[in-house]
Design a protein around this ligand. Structure first.
Ligand code: SAM
Length: 286
């Protein structure tokens, strides 16, 4: 066994950020279970909800409620406990704490107070969804929940008009259809969307449509709006994404003999393309 995989029987007095399942109860790491078995105290968003997970794994530990509304004031109590020698785990209702879940203020305050914070990685709905969506995953932007109010939602989407990375949103069943409608209005009905529904659960499913088609599908049957959703939106196409391949080949050939500016200008004339788009593509790719 390597040193890294050994967990001391008595955990050091630190804050452990422990990811828990997002549906399938088996999606929890050995290290997460070992950590939860060994800490002195488990801080949880909803102690009743998390109690079920803990009892499934026969973990019996004192629990400490820590949610959005009391995080700032209760966080300092936890920090005092860690400073006094206790080890504390933070879990949320599902997935990775702090990812659209409480914990940011606590972690920030721990860092400021010189208290060590140890991540115990595991499930996260955003990454789980992206890993099987078939959308570009080299770069992406996690957007969490859109504002509930119409104006806030529209403003946020307007701010994402030029975003070329895949965007990942969390959305509630009540709002999913309205959100797709707003996407059509602001980003266009042709934009490619993927919905990942009920990830890791019995009825896990992925739907990949244009925004127009997605709205039709959601409105087809009230059951289509049930469950937990991750909504992924393909990034805006850059102008250079639409340059034909033969123009790119010409540019690459000319660039071997000429400066990029000249090569782009000649290619633009030969293939009736925009000089600037070719130049930009050349800068990024040649
Ligand atoms: N901390 C969690 C994580 O690491 O993904 C996210 C918590 S956030 C309060 C809950 C939202 O995550 C849900 O409304 C949904 O958008 C998404 N989500 C969580 N579990 C999911 C699942 N099994 N399938 C699809 N989406 C899920």
């Amino acid at each position: 066994m390597s040193e890294d995989s050994q967990i001391p029987s008595q955990l050091a007095a630190k804050l452990y950020i422990v990811a828990t399942p997002i549906g399938n109860i088996s999606d929890i790491t050995y290290r997460a279970i070992e950590t939860l078995q060994q800490v002195d105290l488990i801080a949880a968003e909803d102690t009743r909800h998390s109690g079920k997970l803990l009892s499934h794994y026969q973990i019996k530990k004192p629990m400490f409620p820590l949610h959005d509304h009391n995080e700032r004031q209760r966080g300092s109590v936890l920090i005092e406990k860690i400073k006094a020698g206790q080890s504390v785990a933070l879990i949320s209702d599902a997935g990775t704490p702090l990812i659209s879940d409480p914990g940011y203020h606590l972690v920030n305050e721990c860092r400021e107070a010189g208290v060590d914070v140890v991540p115990i990685p595991g499930a996260c709905a955003a990454v789980t969804a992206l890993s099987a969506a078939g959308l570009p995953s080299d770069r992406f932007s996690f957007e969490g929940f859109l504002p509930a109010k119409e104006k806030g939602k529209q403003d946020k989407l307007k701010g994402l008009l030029e975003e070329t990375r895949t965007m990942i949103f969390y959305e509630s069943p009540r709002r999913i259809a309205d959100t797709v409608q707003q996407i059509i209005t602001i980003l266009g009905g042709d934009r490619k969307l993927v919905i990942a529904r009920e990830l890791t659960k019995t009825f896990e499913s992925f739907y990949s449509f244009t925004a127009d088609e997605m709205l039709q599908w959601l409105n087809q049957d009230t059951n289509h709006c049930r469950g937990e959703f991750v909504l992924m939106v393909a990034g805006a196409q850059k102008d250079s994404d639409t340059i034909p391949q033969d123009a790119l080949n010409t540019l690459a050939l000319l660039k071997e003999q000429l400066p990029l500016k000249k090569a782009a200008a000649l290619t633009a004339q030969i293939h009736d393309q925009k000089k600037n788009d070719l130049y930009k593509w050349g800068l990024e790719n040649l």
